[in-house]
Design a protein around this ligand. Structure first.
Ligand code: GTP
Ligand code: MG
Length: 194
């Protein structure tokens, strides 16, 4: 994919504030601090189109970006960060679920997981839930640059087993080395063209 333009559109918490649904859309989901915003930046070759942060829980709104006037990328707030105030956390579930169930142009979700961590119930629940709604899901393991090749292959096996998927369905990715960038784009193109 050649990136001609990548622009921030708007941020929203509820459907009334989403931008017009006139382009195919893909959303990026995952645990807080896992590297969602960094992955989007790597895909569109921008350092800071989306704000990244070493402080978990930075993205608290649903953020929409227009890529090439062709596709909308949606950066979702991360789940599972304990130090976000309870009041904020309680809004996240409904906010994300509201988005995933009502957005008619949503083609699929890129679920991002840290390769160093075995996925928890949240990831499994999200996968089941996406399957239930027949939404495509691209499973991505990020921060591969942080592990040795050996350790990476071990984690790949363990994560595939935990998620009950074949490991060939897991895309290895690093925002630092850009490993897997083309593979993620290919997967996105496949669900958008479906
Ligand atoms: P929230 O919006 O807070 O949920 O976080 P996020 O999932 O958007 O993560 P973000 O992209 O802000 O990255 C979190 C931290 O991880 C930042 O310090 C990034 O620089 C770092 N990071 C992200 N991806 C990678 C990667 O592939 N390799 C390495 N080494 N660091 C990464
Ligand atoms: Mg973020």
């Amino acid at each position: 994919m050649i990136i001609k333009s990548a622009e921030y559109v708007t941020s929203a918490t509820k459907p009334a504030h989403y931008p017009p649904a006139d382009l195919p859309e893909v959303a990026f989901a995952g645990r807080s601090n896992v590297g969602k915003s960094s992955l989007i930046n790597a895909l569109v070759n921008r350092k800071q189109l989306v704000k990244t942060s070493s402080t978990p829980g930075r993205t608290q709104l649903i953020n929409f970006f227009n890529i090439n006037e062709e596709i909308i990328f949606v950066d979702l707030p991360g789940f599972g960060y304990a130090r976000v105030p309870q009041a904020v956390r309680k809004k996240w579930g409904p906010m994300i679920e509201g988005y995933l169930t009502t957005r008619e142009t949503l083609k699929g979700v890129i679920l991002i997981m840290d390769i160093r961590r075995i996925p928890g119930q949240e990831e499994r629940d999200l996968i089941d839930w996406l399957n239930h709604y027949a939404l495509s899901c691209i499973l991505t393991l990020t921060k591969t640059d942080k592990l040795s090749k050996n350790k990476m292959l071990k984690q790949l096996d363990a994560i595939a087993s935990r998620l009950s998927v074949d490991k060939k369905n897991l895309v290895l990715f690093s925002a630092k080395t850009r490993q897997g960038r083309d593979a993620v784009w290919e997967a996105i193109s496949a669900i958008v063209d479906k």
